[in-house]
Design a protein around this ligand. Structure first.
Ligand code: AMP
Ligand code: ZN
Length: 114
């Protein structure tokens, strides 16, 4: 756990969140500022600062994040498309430096992203 990490505080139960899934490796919860009708975050329990900090040892964990993201998308009925996003670094829009997968859906997405 990182002391000043908002997502570590959610994992610890110190900050409330609408939890959708939890196991020993990952948790999923609703984004507090949704950018689409469905906006879920799937994060590892372990504090990893972002995609660039992943190592070979995290391959299974990363696969699990994506698998759970797609499972939750199906569960909430995003059958006609959704977007999985990971921002890496401030210039890409990363604001929370604890690895997270955004699952966004429920509206038409445009490309390229802003
Ligand atoms: P990013 O900009 O890729 O780092 O995404 C961080 C996401 O975390 C943003 O979409 C925020 O709305 C979301 N977020 C920040 N604080 C909270 C919180 N306390 N509970 C749920 N989501 C949060
Ligand atoms: Zn953290």
């Amino acid at each position: 756990m990182s002391q000043d990490c908002i997502f570590c505080k959610i994992i610890a139960g110190d900050i409330p969140a609408t939890l959708l899934y939890q196991d020993d490796d990952i948790i999923a919860f609703n984004d507090i500022s949704p950018q689409a009708p469905t906006h879920i975050l799937v994060i590892p329990q372990k504090h990893i600062t972002g995609p660039a900090a992943l190592t070979e040892a995290d391959q299974a964990l990363m696969g699990k994040l994506v698998e759970k993201g797609t499972e939750l998308a199906a569960e909430v009925g995003l059958d006609d498309g959704y977007r999985l996003v990971m921002n890496n670094g401030e210039k890409a829009g990363q604001t929370v430096f604890h690895l997270h997968l955004h699952v966004l859906g429920g509206r038409v997405m445009t490309w390229p992203p802003g």
